[in-house]
Design a protein around this ligand. Structure first.
Ligand code: RUB
Length: 344
């Protein structure tokens, strides 16, 4: 069975509850945009492209919830919903991308019925496009992979971080489908273990050879020749090639440079932020309890000070290439990313 992270059905949003994985594969159904906002905030749904589409679905739900009979009233109801959805998580740029796209569609429509119809249809289309985009990323990326390669990945940039198929794990799926042998090393990704809970779960689910390592074994596996290439996802990529991704990505990239192992990033164009500079990007700081325990079990003394950033920035000089649906961009990124966004 294919994993469908988030879906629109009968005027409601259905999601896999990722907080319950890997122990139970459970689906939740929402009919209120506030529930969708809470689901994004509490990581029921997570991963940059998945929260982009979830935000769009949330905003589409808000248009159905509002009893407005005039366009202006409905737009202002949706603007308020957009603010609530936007404030859930600050780092992944896909969320604001999804929300802005839906708001543009709403503003262009003439009547309340047209708004409701168009935003629902557009959000559904965004979800369908996401899978196609990931398949294109997969196809481009698979050309970088040789038969019998072992790929290290960090966090979860898989079907569960997107609507389906995945970005970094999409490359792995496409490589396997092309007939090459491929193995994966997944980092556990403390503190909340997207690697062991989600990446290991979905690769095992699909019958892909995966070995789980503690984050602290990244250097050991690279130094012992166990890793051929690295592919990770991204939550935001600047026009300069600075990549924001799950905390620990910077360490993996630095270690890859030390061992001359190619380090690739796989992400859709909706992850690029062509306006911001590094000092503008807000790094989400998360609750101390994620670090002072694992699940319900406490692993640190009460009252300890904690620093718990959810993301870090990998500078362009550590990155060998960025795999997108429109092809692979290579350094110098300032030039190649500009070309990626320049229509020819
Ligand atoms: C998710 C994370 C993932 C990217 C994947 O963090 O860092 O690597 O979002 O994005 P969180 P993509 O679990 O805190 O949301 O699939 O575009 O590569």
């Amino acid at each position: 069975m294919e994993l469908k992270t988030v879906e629109w059905k009968d005027n409601s949003v259905i999601m896999i509850d990722q907080t319950k994985l890997p122990n139970t594969l459970e689906y939740v159904t929402y009919t209120d945009y506030n529930q969708v906002a809470e689901a994004i905030r509490t990581l029921v749904v997570r991963g940059a492209p998945a929260i982009g589409v979830s935000g769009a679905f949330g905003l589409a739900l808000s248009s159905l919830q509002s009893g407005a009979t005039k366009k202006d009233e409905l737009i202002s109801y949706m603007e308020n919903a957009k603010k609530i959805l936007f404030e859930t998580r600050p780092t992944a740029v896909n969320l604001v991308w999804g929300l802005n796209k839906i708001m543009d569609i709403a503003n262009k429509a003439n009547t309340v019925n047209e708004i409701r119809n168009n935003v629902v249809e557009s959000a559904k289309k965004m979800a369908e496009d996401d899978i196609q985009i990931n398949m294109s990323i997969g196809k481009h990326g698979s050309e970088l992979i040789s038969d019998n390669d072992t790929i290290m990945t960090h966090c979860n940039a898989g079907a569960l971080a997107t609507v389906g198929y995945g970005t970094a794990l999409g490359v792995i799926r496409a490589t396997k489908d092309s007939g090459k042998n491929i193995k994966v090393i997944a980092t556990e990704t403390r503190p909340i273990q997207q690697g062991s809970r989600l990446t290991a779960f979905e690769l095992k689910h699909d019958g892909i050879d995966v070995s789980l390592i503690p984050d602290t074994a990244v250097g050991y596996t690279m130094a012992n020749g166990l890793v051929d290439k690295i592919i990770v996802g991204a939550d935001r990529i600047l026009r300069t090639g600075h990549v924001y991704n799950k905390i620990g990505t910077y360490q993996v990239a630095t270690m890859a440079k030390q061992h001359n192992i190619p380090f690739y990033v796989a992400a859709p164009l909706s992850t690029f932020d062509m306006k911001s500079n590094p000092e503008d990007v807000i790094i989400e700081q998360r609750d101390a309890s994620e670090v002072t325990g694992i699940g319900d079990k406490k692993t640190a003394p009460d009252g300890i000070n904690v620093i718990n950033p959810a993301f870090d920035m990998t500078p362009p000089e550590l990155i060998s290439g960025i795999i997108t649906e429109n092809g692979i961009v290579k350094p110098p990124f300032q030039k190649s990313i500009k070309e990626l966004f320049t229509p020819n």
